[in-house]
Design a protein around this ligand. Structure first.
Ligand SMILES: Cc1ncc(COP(=O)(O)O)c(C=O)c1O
Length: 358
């Protein structure tokens, strides 16, 4: 099989050893005679998979006892609606806009109540997180929402703001498990799976227990975090195969040494690419240095007429899915946990070569 490097923003590259293990277990999981896809979600086999997956996830992120971990369907965008349904209940909420995904969250939440944008980086073209001191927090807000890593714009939060006791609700879809976090600083954390967790179709939601009981009476059972928590995320059939693969990814991460170890690798990969971009007169990245994402690195060619040639050449060199999001154009290299430093080096080699030839 030919060696390629996949820089997709998601669904994204998975560790090869995980895919090989899934392949080996595809027809007969642990002597059960069944594929995981064929198992009842309530049977003893899948129950053991789900329990281990949750335990490993809790270990990786040191999730405190007073938080529930839910394995839900609908991706992160479904949570944009579930968050106000579960938390608003007649109150208002504060939202910070730092890029396309948090902007989308505002639009999706508006239908459910009074959603106030208390800081936005849009006027500056989404190049940095607005200074925490400028956030106009409302003491009566039910929660403060933001996206800790903007996948399209390549902006990452480094610190956690002081919200004076207001629960923080964070969309961590594109950098969860890439660095250690202190879960206790958040009220709710949610993440679509198709980047650092596993295949699409699964969204992991971490909810502090005291926030489970504030839902609007109109919240359907399947979207109700408390009901889902009381039923082991099985008020409906959960995305069983995605959960199984997520479990294999968590085992792989633990074998790597956990999140603190993978963070060092992620720092090294991102530093390599940003250093190369910063010394180049041919390519650039315009995000404020302190907010540059380690996971999603957008860059542009100064001569955009070369974009097609760049992408064509990249593909010919087995460097795949580097095209920037259609909303912003340019290029984007997503370098999630499963991307090796060799992949980043291969990209830089190609970029140097392309620069020399143009
Ligand atoms: C930060 C962020 N939030 C939300 C989403 C939407 O996720 P989904 O398509 O799984 O609903 C994405 C998808 O890429 C994302 O990167």
């Amino acid at each position: 099989m030919k060696q390629i490097y996949n820089f997709s923003a998601g669904p994204a590259v998975l560790p090869k050893s995980v895919l090989e293990r899934a392949q080996a277990e595809m027809l007969d999981w642990h002597g059960s005679g069944m594929s995981v896809m064929e198992m009842s979600h309530r049977g003893k086999e899948f129950t053991s998979i789900l329990e281990k997956t949750e335990a490993d996830f809790r270990q990786l992120l040191q999730v405190p006892e007073n938080y529930k971990v839910l394995f839900l369907q609908g991706g992160a965008i479904a949570e944009n609606a579930m968050i106000p349904l579960n938390l608003l209940n007649g109150k208002s909420a504060d939202y910070v806009v730092t890029g396309a995904w948090s902007k989308r969250s505002v639009e999706d939440a508006k239908a459910f109540g009074d959603i106030r944008v208390i800081a936005s980086g849009e006027a500056e073209g989404f190049t940095q997180v607005p200074d925490f001191n400028t956030w106009q927090l409302h003491p009566d807000a039910a929660y403060v929402h933001y996206c800790t890593n903007e996948t399209i714009h390549g902006i990452e939060f480094v610190d956690v703001p002081d919200t004076h006791g207001l629960p923080i609700v964070a969309d961590m879809s594109s950098h969860i498990l890439s660095r250690p976090i202190d879960v206790s600083q958040y009220g709710v954390i949610y993440a679509g799976a198709q980047k650092n967790i596993g295949p699409a179709g699964l969204c992991i939601v971490i909810v502090r227990q005291d926030l489970l009981d504030q839902a609007s009476p109109l919240t359907p059972a399947v979207f109700h975090w408390k009901t889902q928590a009381a039923n082991q995320s099985m008020i409906n059939t959960p995305p069983t195969y995605s959960i199984y693969i997520a479990g294999l990814v968590f085992e792989w991460l633990l074998a790597q040494g956990g999140v603190a170890v993978i963070e060092q690798k992620n720092i090294a990969k991102a530093a390599l690419l940003y250093q190369y971009l910063d010394q180049s007169h041919f390519y650039y990245n315009n995000i404020a240095v302190k907010n540059r994402s380690r996971m999603n690195i957008p860059f542009r060619l100064r001569d955009e007429s070369l974009n097609d040639a760049f992408l064509k050449g990249a593909e010919a060199n087995s460097l795949l899915q580097l095209k920037g999001h259609r909303m912003v154009g340019g290029m984007r290299a997503s370098v999630y946990n499963a991307m090796s430093i060799e992949g980043v080096q291969a990209l830089i080699n190609y970029m140097q070569h392309f620069e020399q030839n143009h």
